[in-house]
Design a protein around this ligand. Structure first.
Ligand SMILES: [Zn+2]
Length: 97
């Protein structure tokens, strides 16, 4: 059984920006699951299937911010990259922040 590093772009409430979030994910021990399935006469198969299908009630579980280490992460936000600047003549222009 091993671990794989999984990365995702998420919004960090601590950094208040979109960050690269990481988590270590366990890879299933298929040999163990195969043995369990044999010993339980197949009763273990649905459990194994759920593990293979990556059944998870909270898909963000275990992710931490690569910048600050915080686990207060939510789905990415569309951060406003441009600010509207109003000129004296009344025209509005988008400029990069
Ligand atoms: Zn952070």
């Amino acid at each position: 059984m091993g671990y794989v590093k999984e990365t995702k772009r998420l919004y960090c409430k601590n950094c208040q920006t979109n960050v690269r979030a990481e988590r270590m994910k366990k890879t299933p021990n298929h040999i163990l699951h195969l043995l369990l399935s044999i010993f339980t006469a197949g009763l273990w198969l649905p459990v194994w299937l759920l593990i293979i299908l990556n059944f998870d009630t909270n898909p963000l579980r275990g992710f931490t911010c690569s910048e600050c280490g915080s686990s207060k992460l939510i789905k990415q936000k569309n951060i406003q990259k441009f600010v509207v600047k109003k000129y004296e003549d009344g025209t509005k222009k988008l400029i990069e922040d």
